[in-house]
Design a protein around this ligand. Structure first.
Ligand SMILES: [Zn+2]
Length: 474
């Protein structure tokens, strides 16, 4: 997630166009479960910060989502096919799914199944056995409602999850949770799964999602686009949007295809995002090869920025579409997307490194040293801890505040000075490569760093992650 930028104003300058007409109904999901779901088998857990979201009994392997959006009536009509593994024996299964949406049919392995709903909890009365796989199929409809975000950030004042703009466009941002506002999900980051999307909307609008656009058809005025995400993703890294988009095709020096999905009626709204190819080149010199096959950016009518996997979601503001934010969200593809925190207490693992890399890039652009950049950030780092707590033990009602960004970035710089550039940048490259498509917590990460360096660093990390004040800097 981009650092909060409360000075950007976030004014809505987009011209208003009437939504297309025609009622969209979902295509049947045509995609079979990938043969190899092994990579989506995870060690699930109850989140230590947001234990009310997610259930460790469920290990989702594949979500196949057919979503039809009718802008005229703000109606979503959907079919979901969820393949999951049970992690224990139980007589029922709980998923996160907001009761703003009405369920029409629900089956498990083809059999009609009873269920109970309360707010965002969907309890499916089907007995499961440990390590067995099940297919839950559900049809549902309604107007998804965003959910209150556990943060005071101004760019999250509209909440998390599915959002409908005044022009009836759709965008989704859902960190630390909120995917449950539009599909039934184990909405906790330790559970990664494969995704396929079949998105239908009246033309000329297009549905955009994570992964690769594999097909587009137009029938009776409805455009259907299919998207396949070839690597498993946590639910907070999923994105879906519907609007009148025009794609711009680019590529990195190594030939990674990059697509910018900008609003047709406002070509300027893509800002500086065409920098993405050069940004990838710049990051690869420090982090090694980009860990996915494709990259994209979708622009939405809002003001935040989110590292949604292989399809970054950026608000149409000068700040959110700046080169610095492109660097930041792309850096998350190594730190956050291929290796993902297993628990929300470790979101500093994402933001500290993305911010440090952004700081290195900014220092280079500004013609100052990285030491000068860190000195600038150190001036207010203590205030961030005061406001939202230490980066590794933050106030759960202040998710995504500056404390998880700047302190951990300063920490990485201190570690770099202690270890030297060769060792430090070796760690930066090796960790995401070692953890490809996996999740980890601080216990695993910090033990790995100590093992790689032969240094005893627990006091160092404790001070930076858990102290209420900024630790002494060299
Ligand atoms: Zn971020």
């Amino acid at each position: 997630m981009a650092g909060c930028d409360d000075t950007s104003g976030g004014g809505d300058s987009r011209p208003s166009t009437p939504p297309p007409t025609g009622s969209a109904s979902p295509e049947s999901p045509g995609t079979d479960v990938p043969d190899d779901t092994e990579e989506a088998v995870n060690e699930t857990r109850e989140d230590s910060v947001y234990p009310e979201v997610g259930d460790p009994l469920v290990d989702a392997l594949h979500y196949d989502l057919a979503l039809a959006w009718t802008p005229e009536s703000d109606t979503l009509v959907a079919t979901e096919r969820l393949t999951f593994r049970a992690t224990a024996d139980a007589d029922r299964v709980q998923l996160d799914f907001d009761d703003a949406l009405a369920i029409e049919t629900l089956t498990v392995d083809g059999v009609d199944t009873a269920y109970d709903r309360a707010d965002k909890d969907l309890v499916v009365r089907h007995a499961v056995e440990a390590n067995e796989e099940y297919l839950l199929e559900m049809t549902y409809s309604g107007t998804p409602q965003p959910f209150d975000a556990p943060t005071q950030r101004s760019d999250f004042r509209l909440g998390v999850g599915w959002h409908v703009t005044p022009e009836h466009e759709v965008w989704t941002i859902q960190e630390p949770y909120g995917a449950f506002t539009w599909y039934a999900v184990n909405d906790q980051p330790a559970d990664k799964a494969f995704y396929d999307f079949t998105l239908t909307v009246p033309e000329p609008w297009t549905g955009v999602a994570n992964g690769e656009l594999t097909d587009t058809t137009v029938d009776s005025g409805l455009r259907t686009s299919t998207w396949h995400l070839a690597e498993p993703a946590s639910s907070y890294l999923v994105t879906v949007a519907f609007a009148d988009y025009t794609p711009t095709e680019l590529q990195s020096s190594r030939g990674i295809p990059i697509t910018i999905w900008g609003p047709t009626d406002d070509p300027e709204a893509i800002g500086e995002t065409e920098y993405a190819g050069e940004a990838m080149d710049w990051l690869e010199q420090y982090l090694g090869p980009y860990p996915f096959d494709t990259f994209g950016i979708l622009i939405y009518d809002g003001e935040s920025g989110m590292e949604t996997q292989t399809m970054v979601t950026l608000g149409a503001t000068p700040y959110a579409t700046s080169r610095a934010v492109v660097i930041h969200e792309l850096a998350h593809h190594w730190y956050g997307d291929t290796v993902t925190p297993a628990d929300w207490s470790d979101v500093w693992m994402n933001e500290g490194m993305a911010m440090y890399l952004q700081g290195m890039w900014e220092a280079e652009e500004e013609g100052i040293t990285i030491d000068q950049k860190m000195d600038d950030w150190a001036l207010f780092e203590g205030d961030e801890r005061d406001y939202a707590g230490p980066p590794g033990d933050y106030d759960p009602t202040n998710f995504g505040s500056g404390n998880i960004y700047f302190g951990p970035a300063l920490m990485w710089h201190e570690l770099r000075q202690r270890l030297g550039d060769d060792v430090f940048f070796g760690l930066l490259r090796d960790w995401p490569a070692d953890q490809e498509n996996d999740t980890a917590d601080r216990v695993e990460y910090l033990a790995w760093i100590e093992q790689e360096t032969g240094e005893e660093l627990s006091d160092f990390f404790d001070a930076w992650l858990l102290s209420p004040t900024t630790p002494p800097r060299d």
